[in-house]
Design a protein around this ligand. Structure first.
Ligand SMILES: *Cc1c(COP(=O)(O)O)cnc(C)c1O
Length: 369
């Protein structure tokens, strides 16, 4: 950040922004990367880029963060919620086809906890019906599906560098572009609808208004912070993975005794330890376990409240079929603390507290299915 200051460019699209773009293109294998102010604005930029209009429909899970839906609602589209798979908690690709209408424009799979959605099936459905695929890869930086990095599958993909994510810049995000047809317009939209990029490339002698757009580019201060994170990305993820693995090993015995369910990671998916969660039997049990953990100073929390049950979800979206798995699973999930600065004894404390909490609450109960 001091270097950015000394170089005398604090506004966007300077040397640190370009370093970050290069890193993303090299490590993810996307065709073009654009830093944004957040994962939310990366999704909004995606909506602008595919010309989302009032009345369009966009298929997505209800079990996600509000921004996945809001980005499209802002431009008048209707999110159509489809249920999730019981194993990975990702969009159930087997239920997507039933949600397609003549108004459908895009499918937005969310790679929950950094574990990939079933991209082969999703892409083949999208090709058949001529739809865009926009990956919400906010949890999934450097995760992969069948050996290929997430964010390189969809026509477009969004990353988040919010401080709760793996690689951070406080607020921040990126739009990844894989469809070559969208590359040039993405650059215009990113820089307020101007062809400033062509001016820098020496293709035009002055830049002008050529498209719709906004100011999606973050300042060099943000990019410089992010670049430092990218330089340390491998070690950050390795440390997160150690913690994840410790949880996973520790809770194996409890899973075998039917006391809880651990995350399921299909063999063809590699994740980067964005989060660790356990699934309990029912909401009442979860509530008691969460208060037991809270009383011991363990910051365990539940996660998304399904969007179709929210006030805005009811107003702006519709569902396709029942969302039974979404409703059941979201009420059983407990997210455990996982961050790079956790010490060994912190992790031990969490494990020990979960053991005690589950045992005390379960004493008079049957097994978890
Ligand atoms: C965090 C997150 C976002 C939004 O990212 P911000 O950078 O916080 O705007 C979008 N989708 C999912 C699934 C997220 O977890």
């Amino acid at each position: 950040m001091l270097q950015a200051y000394r170089k005398g460019q604090l506004s966007g699209n300077g040397i640190f922004t370009r370093k970050c773009h290069g890193w993303l293109e090299k490590n993810i294998g996307c065709k073009k990367a654009f830093l944004t102010h957040s994962g939310t604005t990366a999704l909004e930029m995606a909506a602008v880029l595919i010309d989302i209009r009032p009345g369009d429909e966009v298929i997505m899970p209800s079990y996600t963060f509000v921004s996945t839906a809001n980005a499209f609602v802002l431009f008048g589209a209707k999110p159509v919620f489809v249920d999730i798979r019981p194993d990975t908690l990702n969009l159930d690709e087997r239920k997507v086809r039933a949600a397609i209408t003549p108004r459908t424009r895009a499918i937005v799979p969310v790679h929950y906890a950094g574990v990939s959605s079933e991209m082969d099936e999703i892409i083949s459905i999208a090709e058949k019906y001529d739809l865009f695929v926009i990956e919400d890869a906010a949890h999934a930086i450097l995760s992969s599906y069948k050996g290929k990095k997430l964010g390189s599958f969809g026509h477009l993909a969004a990353l988040s560098f919010h401080e709760t994510k793996n690689i951070i810049s406080g607020e921040g995000g990126a739009l990844l572009v894989n469809d070559p047809r969208l590359k040039e317009r993405a650059a215009f939209i990113w820089e307020k609808g101007t062809n400033r990029i062509n001016f820098f490339l020496g293709k035009v002698d002055k830049y002008t208004w050529v498209d719709k757009g906004s100011s999606y580019l973050p300042s060099e201060l943000t990019a410089a912070f992010l670049w430092a994170q990218m330089e340390k990305a491998r070690s950050i993820i390795a440390r997160r993975m150690e913690i994840w693995q410790r949880y996973h090993k520790a809770f194996r015995a409890m899973e075998e005794q039917g006391l809880l369910r651990r995350p399921i990671v299909p063999g063809h998916c590699r994740h980067t330890a964005h989060m660790y969660y356990i699934l309990l039997d029912n909401p009442a049990e979860r509530k008691r376990i969460l208060s037991y953990l809270e009383a011991r100073g363990v910051g365990a929390i539940f996660h998304y409240i399904p969007l179709h049950l929210s006030a805005a979800g009811k107003r702006y979206a519709r569902t396709c079929g029942n969302l039974k798995e979404t409703e059941k699973l979201s009420q059983r999930l407990v997210r455990l603390p996982l961050w790079v600065g956790m010490k060994k004894q912190d992790v031990s404390l969490v494990i020990d507290s979960v053991y005690k909490a589950v045992r005390s609450v379960k004493r008079r109960k049957g097994p978890v299915k």
